[in-house]
Design a protein around this ligand. Structure first.
Ligand SMILES: Cc1cc2nc3c(=O)[nH]c(=O)nc-3n(C[C@H](O)[C@H](O)[C@H](O)COP(=O)(O)OP(=O)(O)OC[C@H]3O[C@@H](n4cnc5c(N)ncnc54)[C@H](O)[C@@H]3O)c2cc1C
Length: 297
């Protein structure tokens, strides 16, 4: 189906884009990679009267290292992150970028658009929830920054005001002795996961000093599995502690039955994904180079 007619506006700076949103009102939307918005417009689930295109603004797509952190411009494409040696310094970020859909989607889709969409099945929010992540926003009143946890409010809902946009995402590089992994179960590459698990560990010798675990596609937003994290924190990673983390992750999941599987199936699945992600995260924390791929049905 064709989208409903709309007016097209090309912004030449992020500031101009925010001003355009203010002037054009609630029926205006930003266009980034278009990988979520355009399909929704074609289905006529989204019917904006105005589109403000961010694609011709220079200097909005970058990955930079600064003060122990990485900064991602909002318009940085998934594929650029996948190919970046700098981003690979945090392997879980590479796992995420490399596993999103197919080459076409990764070449167009952006990290800023993905977070702003807040799709319950989106990968970035799950992975970034296991890291210290801040979202820098720009609006009429200037800039403000907030932690990811405060940015995503609900399914398809963020803390952004209508005339505000995502400018940058900053992520702290985890301390020495850290390793993470992101593993999803997918029916095929170009579809969203059935369930996913992101695990980030910091080890001190044999003991897990810190753990962050987030679950994807089993709730209206990414779920921080705090009881699962507690099952590992301060403990050795053994079959017993991993099993306790899996049980806690299953209990934290709140899945819906849908075309991807029943709620019970997804709860079982997420336990297995947490186990695999812990195993890879642990090896990476010990300094091993481990390639990881999603699991495809
Ligand atoms: C076939 C297919 C499979 C996919 N599979 C996956 C998958 O497995 N995992 C996954 O995570 N994603 C998947 N996606 C989605 C993809 O990752 C998109 O890139 C992402 O959801 C949206 O990014 P975008 O840049 O395309 O944003 P757009 O579609 O352009 O915009 C999405 C929304 O965000 C708003 N927006 C965009 N940029 C900003 C900004 N800077 N500030 C504020 N608001 C903004 C727009 O107004 C719009 O409301 C898939 C998409 C397709 C078409």
């Amino acid at each position: 189906m064709y989208p409903r007619a709309f007016h097209y506006h090309r912004a030449s700076s992020l500031k101009e884009a925010a001003t355009m949103l203010s002037q054009l009102g609630e029926s205006a939307k930003l266009l980034a990679g278009g990988q979520s918005l355009i399909p929704l417009m074609k289905l006529r689930f989204a019917n904006p009267s105005h589109l403000v295109d961010l694609n011709f603004i220079s200097g909005t797509s970058y990955i930079k290292e600064e003060k122990g952190g990485l900064r991602f411009g909002a318009m940085t494409r998934h594929a650029e992150i996948e190919a970046s040696n700098l981003a690979a310094r945090i392997p879980i970020i590479h796992d995420c970028a490399a596993g999103i859909a197919d080459v076409q989607v990764r070449n167009r889709g952006t990290i800023g658009g993905s977070l702003a969409e807040a799709d319950p099945s989106g990968d970035w929010a799950v992975v970034l929830a296991t890291l210290s992540t801040e979202i820098r926003c720009l609006g009429k009143k200037g800039e403000r920054a907030m932690p990811l946890a405060g940015f995503i409010k609900d399914a398809y809902t963020t803390a952004l005001a209508h005339n505000e946009l995502v400018k940058e995402i900053t992520v702290k590089v985890p301390p020495k002795g850290s390793g993470g992994a992101y593993i999803a179960f997918k029916r095929s590459a170009p579809v969203y996961p059935t369930a996913s698990a992101a695990v980030q560990l910091t080890m001190e010798g044999d003991v897990c000093k810190d753990a962050a675990i987030a679950l994807g596609c089993v709730g209206l937003t990414a779920i921080k599995a705090t009881a699962a994290e507690a099952a590992l924190r301060g403990q050795k990673i053994t079959d017993k502690t991993v099993s306790a983390a899996m049980d806690a992750a299953r209990a934290a999941a709140d899945p819906q039955s849908d075309m991807r599987g029943s709620a019970d199936y997804k709860r079982v699945l997420v336990g297995g994904l947490v186990k695999r992600a812990i195993q890879v995260a642990l090896r990476r924390a010990r300094g091993e180079q481990v390639e990881v791929s999603h699991i495809y049905a």
